[in-house]
Design a protein around this ligand. Structure first.
Ligand code: PLP
Length: 399
């Protein structure tokens, strides 16, 4: 098979929320486990025990960054699996109802809907509306049903808003004391110290490829010990909580990437916020009709999200792609097809504005040069699309 070769270095990558480039240290850390130490960590010979030790040391590193006990860390196959495991595992364990806000990632939303759960409203920033949540929990309890799990994401993947999990926990404890609280923290690692989030939740999901680790590695923290049914059963790995042979190389690399993201967070948040601010400010200066979807004070540093009047996202992304600028509109989906954003709709953004949505997300490899080029290419592409629209109007007027 032909290797695709290295990515063209001329690429301007402003799509970190879809997937971040792997950190070189994480790539280096995984190589020995692909090349030399390939034994199955569940085996009993010394070679297997070495692999087992690598998995356990990775578990210790992950636990230290997340502020939980090593035994509460369950390695999974991706963020989607971790979310599915939390919700399905809670519903099948207790028979109760699953609840989430309307702006969750599909990895949560579709699972809650699949189990006949309840979807609650959000505020202007896409954060869960705590009054709606309380009312929904009261309604479930009044109907003589129990709440199995409430799932509220730490950071929204489209617009970058942040939920206050401590406040969510207070509502859940007051209105449905038996319910578990799960958070999808997949987009949070590079921007927030999760040691301040973990104590408020029972379950927490991560995905390694969002913070410079490899694809195909997820984490589910079961804070304080097992509380849910396993999703994948079989060989009994991960103390019967997630069967399947460990991805040793991926787990080691994920833990290295997580430690690095944690260590550099304080400086990176300042550096990236400045780059994001320049990116968005310059787009607003060069182009009329660009509005920021959300105030910067309400979102993480790496998120730039604007709505651009008079263009359609799909056409814009096509032109950006031609110029090797990687960005997105709604979140990435399997087909690559553009779907109207359920997040913007739930936030009350009018359809005509969300039609021109552009998500530009920054991360550990983003440089000043990326911002210069991003501003230049987006500005030119929008001007080109608008001039086509103006021309079409003129032509129609003349016809
Ligand atoms: N949750 C959120 C908030 C995400 O942004 C994503 C990925 O886009 C996922 C879950 C799914 O993670 P994975 O790609 O590892 O399945």
């Amino acid at each position: 098979m032909n290797s695709p070769g290295p990515v063209d270095t001329a690429i301007t990558y402003l799509d970190h929320a879809a997937s971040a480039p792997m950190r070189p240290e994480a790539i280096e850390a995984m190589l020995p486990y692909l090349r030399d130490q390939y034994a199955n960590p569940s085996g009993s010979h010394r070679f297997a025990r070495q692999a087992r030790q690598a998995v356990d040391e990775s578990r210790d590193r992950v636990a230290a960054v997340l502020g939980c006990r090593p035994n509460d860390v369950v390695f999974t196959g991706c963020g989607t699996e971790s979310d599915n495991m939390a919700i399905t595992g809670a519903v099948t364990r207790s028979g109760g109802v699953a609840v989430c806000p309307a702006t969750e990632h599909h990895a949560v939303l579709e699972v809650v809907e699949h189990h006949g759960g309840v979807v609650v409203g959000v505020d202007h920033a896409g954060r869960v509306d705590l009054e709606h949540l309380a009312a929904a929990l009261d309604e479930i309890v009044a109907a003589d049903r129990s709440v199995a799990i409430v799932s509220v994401m730490t950071v929204n993947n489209e617009v970058g808003s942040i939920n206050d999990l401590a406040a969510v926990r207070r509502v859940v404890r007051r209105h449905a004391p038996g319910a578990l609280l799960h958070t999808d923290a997949v987009q949070a690692v590079c921007w927030l110290d999760l040691r301040e989030v973990t104590p408020h939740v029972d379950l927490l999901a991560l995905s390694a490829h969002k913070f410079g680790g490899p694809k195909g590695v997820g984490v589910l923290v079961e804070n304080g010990g097992p509380k849910i049914n396993p999703l994948i059963i079989g060989g009994g790995q991960e103390r019967e909580r997630r069967s399947g042979t460990h991805n040793t190389a991926g787990i080691v690399a994920a833990s290295v990437a997580l430690e690095l993201a944690d260590a550099e967070r304080a400086t990176e948040v300042v550096r990236i916020a400045a780059l994001r601010d320049r990116l968005v400010d310059e787009l607003c200066t060069h182009l009329d009709g660009v509005t920021e979807t959300l105030d910067r004070s309400e979102k993480i540093a790496g998120s730039g999200h604007v709505c651009i009047e008079g263009i359609e996202s799909e056409a814009l992304l096509f032109l950006l792609d031609e110029e090797a600028v990687c960005a997105s509109a709604a979140s990435a989906c399997a087909s690559g097809a553009m779907e109207p954003s359920h997040v913007l709709a739930a936030m009350g953004v009018p359809a005509e504005r969300s039609l021109g949505a552009l998500r530009l997300t920054l991360g550990h490899t983003t440089t000043d040069a990326d911002i210069d080029r991003g501003v230049h290419v987006v500005t030119k592409a929008v001007q080109r699309l608008r001039s086509h629209t103006d021309q079409a109007h003129t032509d129609r007027g003349m016809a």
